[in-house]
Ligand binder design. Structure first.
Ligand SMILES: *[C@@H]1O[C@H](CO)[C@@H](O)[C@H](O)[C@H]1NC(C)=O
Ligand SMILES: *[C@@H]1O[C@H](CO)[C@@H](O)[C@H](O)[C@H]1NC(C)=O
Ligand SMILES: *[C@@H]1O[C@H](CO)[C@@H](O)[C@H](O)[C@H]1NC(C)=O
Ligand SMILES: *[C@@H]1O[C@H](CO)[C@@H](O)[C@H](O)[C@H]1NC(C)=O
Ligand SMILES: *[C@@H]1O[C@H](CO)[C@@H](O)[C@H](O)[C@H]1NC(C)=O
Ligand SMILES: *[C@@H]1O[C@H](CO)[C@@H](O)[C@H](O)[C@H]1NC(C)=O
Ligand SMILES: *[C@@H]1O[C@H](CO)[C@@H](O)[C@H](O)[C@H]1NC(C)=O
Ligand SMILES: *[C@@H]1O[C@H](CO)[C@@H](O)[C@H](O)[C@H]1NC(C)=O
Ligand SMILES: *[C@@H]1O[C@H](CO)[C@@H](O)[C@H](O)[C@H]1NC(C)=O
Ligand SMILES: *[C@@H]1O[C@H](CO)[C@@H](O)[C@H](O)[C@H]1NC(C)=O
Ligand SMILES: *[C@@H]1O[C@H](CO)[C@@H](O)[C@H](O)[C@H]1NC(C)=O
Ligand SMILES: *[C@@H]1O[C@H](CO)[C@@H](O)[C@H](O)[C@H]1NC(C)=O
Length: 560
């Protein structure tokens, strides 16, 4: 149930899809209204694909359902058992050129737990890409974009990480699989007009979509969001230019790529980010439980009542999760702090919880000489590979301090209604992550990037998620998706004018423009039109998504 990665939000990301208008006429006339699917007469021939494969040095791969070994025709008991065992781990999906984690986005097709006789689910590619290029450089990206454009097929960008919005896939698409771009180089003396100091250049396969979507973590109260730390991107645009985007070169594109949504403005090959000195850090973690509902909720109230104070402590970040009767502080972290600093911060809460007879199962204050050592203690590497999006659906909302200060009763009432919903086929949990990323606190100039402005006033990001069984039916997955939207709306009603962290939000929220981009939307749209004027890159809830394309009932991308 406990969702460490969401809470710690380190691994993130995934890029997105892309498209292309038919450009120069090929051998066949193109369908002017829709991208081709493999079942269409206009779909490229085997010879076309072979030519592409030659152009990209044999790096073209055909998409295959991950669990086809569990289904007739491809049945292989040993392989199937291996896929079932790995179904909950990230690496299974990272290392596959087309498979995505979320069974919702897979349309639950080829689910290895629904393969036995009696189930009606088939094994097809369904929602995911038909082909992928194992991207090695700008030239392979350019070849992929050109091919998609000439052959009128959909394009996707699949990277590393998870994406609840399904931005890393597309039915019948050619995927640019950037996961293997993993170069890392350190420059202790990066120099630019805005920043001089240590920096690291990382390949897109390591960076994922984390920074492009904002990106929070346990050091955000000290260094800001991931997007606040970008210095430069190396990209290929859909008009086939290999560009640098930085505060001084293509500055508008740099601005948009820093927090304005992943995979929508250009295909990122690498990014350069600030590097910060590591050092001593204090951490705390605990679990408390109670069977007395009244006092359990009083303890929750005590925690939230103290939280505005936490966010005024420089550098303090906290993340927690709770369900009925159990609350877990996944981590509170204080860079540069000592054990007694941390204990002093939590003292009032411990006292309140003890007065309410909460039973602490595990309560630890830890000090480590570096962040990684602390992180590995809080989230053992063995657990870090657990792929929550493969059995988890989430929605969230940024909550300003004034709502917790003035309307805590209403907020807790919403949480209680969420957790007490017994119609949901799965386990419900409410989460909170508190980071102070105000401009003043993290030393970022307003307007320097496209991060959703609501982040700057947020006390916490409030989430509600459902974890479900591996064999959950597609109908139940759709029901869960609808529930998560409803819960997101309940918190929205208490937080007018705020927004949601796009990486932990829903793809079908009708207010996505305002909620995920705020008043940056129009400016982002101008960047989109300038760098991807044919809307070759397309995905749900990305800037411009409603202007050019929409998916029909079959999942085919057609002109609006
Ligand atoms: C858009 O597509 C048209 C027709 O294929 C092409 O001529 C034009 O260069 C493209 N524009 C951009 C910005 O890619
Ligand atoms: C174009 O696609 C639409 C939607 O699938 C289809 O109805 C139409 O027949 C197609 N036209 C051609 C020329 O293939
Ligand atoms: C592309 O070429 C490589 C090397 O010849 C081959 O192994 C691979 O199967 C080909 N891909 C496709 C989709 O045919
Ligand atoms: C993708 O390309 C990289 C770099 O050439 C190679 O190391 C890797 O094995 C390839 N992956 C697959 C699945 O073919
Ligand atoms: C960085 O550059 C400065 C000025 O050019 C120089 O004094 C310093 O030694 C360099 N530092 C490193 C780590 O190379
Ligand atoms: C639950 O705790 C409240 C105080 O928080 C107390 O008044 C009540 O008696 C307790 N209920 C039970 C069943 O122990
Ligand atoms: C608190 O929330 C309730 C219920 O949504 C709302 O009616 C009320 O105006 C809010 N109060 C404040 C002070 O924001
Ligand atoms: C964040 O910290 C600043 C001080 O740097 C403070 O003014 C602001 O109120 C804090 N924000 C929240 C949401 O607590
Ligand atoms: C979801 O997956 C996690 C990790 O793989 C597992 O621990 C948990 O039990 C699963 N949840 C449900 C409801 O099956
Ligand atoms: C899912 O698995 C559970 C336990 O293995 C089983 O009881 C249940 O019937 C299965 N549900 C479906 C829809 O197959
Ligand atoms: C999703 O699966 C259902 C069968 O459960 C199928 O009817 C539908 O066409 C699929 N949707 C897409 C977009 O492939
Ligand atoms: C993928 O699956 C989801 C949910 O099953 C469906 O709503 C969506 O339309 C599908 N998308 C594509 C591209 O097939």
């Amino acid at each position: 149930m406990v969702n460490y990665c969401t809470i710690l939000a380190l691994a993130l990301g995934v890029l997105s899809p892309a498209f292309a208008l038919p450009s120069r006429p090929h051998s066949r006339p193109h369908n002017a209204s829709c991208r081709y699917l493999p079942t269409d007469a206009g779909w490229p021939t085997r010879a076309d694909w072979d030519r592409l494969n030659n152009t990209v040095g044999g790096k073209l791969m055909r998409g295959e359902p991950l669990a086809q070994s569990c289904y007739p025709s491809f049945e292989d008991a040993a392989k199937c058992a291996q896929v079932r065992d790995g179904w909950g781990s990230n690496s299974l999906y990272y290392d596959d050129p087309v498979a995505v984690m979320s069974p919702f986005w897979l349309n639950n097709s080829c689910n290895p737990f629904l393969s036995s006789a009696g189930h009606t689910r088939a094994c097809t590619l369904d929602n995911v890409s038909s082909y992928a290029i194992n991207i090695t450089d700008a030239a392979t990206v350019i070849a992929g974009i050109e091919f998609a454009r000439q052959n009128n097929i959909r394009l996707s960008v699949k990277n590393t990480g998870h994406d609840y919005l399904g931005r890393s896939t597309g039915k019948g698409s050619l995927a640019l699989w950037t996961h293997n771009l993993r170069d890392v180089s350190v420059n202790m003396n990066y120099t630019s007009s805005k920043y001089s100091g240590p920096a690291v250049k990382i390949g897109a396969g390591i960076a994922g979509g984390f920074s492009q979507n904002g990106g929070y973590g346990q050091l955000s109260s000290l260094y800001g969001l991931a997007a606040d730390n970008t210095l430069k991107f190396e990209v290929v645009t859909t008009d086939l230019r290999h560009l640098i985007a930085s505060p001084s070169t293509n500055a508008d594109l740099y601005w948009a790529l820093s927090g304005g949504g992943s995979g929508n403005y250009a295909v990122v090959l690498s990014q350069t980010v600030k590097a910060h000195p590591d050092g001593q850090i204090a951490g705390a973690t605990f679990v408390f439980t109670s069977t007395n509902t009244t006092s359990f909720w009083s303890a929750i109230q005590a925690w939230y009542r103290l939280s505005p104070r936490f966010n005024l402590i420089p550098g303090l970040s906290a993340s927690w999760i709770f369900s009925s009767g159990l609350f877990r502080l996944t981590a509170a972290t204080l860079p540069g702090g000592t054990a007694s600093d941390m204990d002093a911060i939590l003292r009032d809460f411990y006292q309140a919880a003890q007065e309410l007879d909460m039973a602490f199962v595990a309560r630890k204050t830890i000090v480590k000489p570096s962040f990684v050592e602390l992180y590995d203690t809080l989230v053992p590497p063995s657990r870090a590979d657990s792929s929550f999006p493969s059995n988890n659906t989430i929605g969230s909302r940024l909550v300003p301090a004034r709502v917790v200060q003035d309307n805590l009763t209403a907020l807790l009432d919403v949480y209680r209604r969420i957790l007490e919903d017994d119609t949901v086929p799965g386990m419900i949990a409410v989460g909170g992550t508190s980071n102070n990323v105000s401009h003043a606190n993290v030393g970022v100039e307003p307007d320097s990037n496209a991060v959703l402005p609501a982040w700057r006033d947020a006390l916490l990001s409030s989430s509600a998620a459902v974890s479900f069984a591996v064999n959950t039916s597609i109908q139940d997955l759709q029901f869960i998706q609808a529930k998560v939207n409803t819960w997101q709306d309940w918190v929205k009603a208490l937080t007018p004018g705020s927004g949601s962290y796009i990486n932990e939000a829903t793809y079908d929220n009708p207010d996505w423009k305002l909620d995920y981009y705020g008043n940056n939307y129009e400016r982002l749209l101008r960047v989109k039109e300038k760098y991807d004027g044919n809307f070759t890159l397309w995905q749900h809830t990305s800037v411009g998504a409603d202007m050019y394309w929409q998916e029909d009932a079959e999942g085919r991308l057609c002109r609006v």
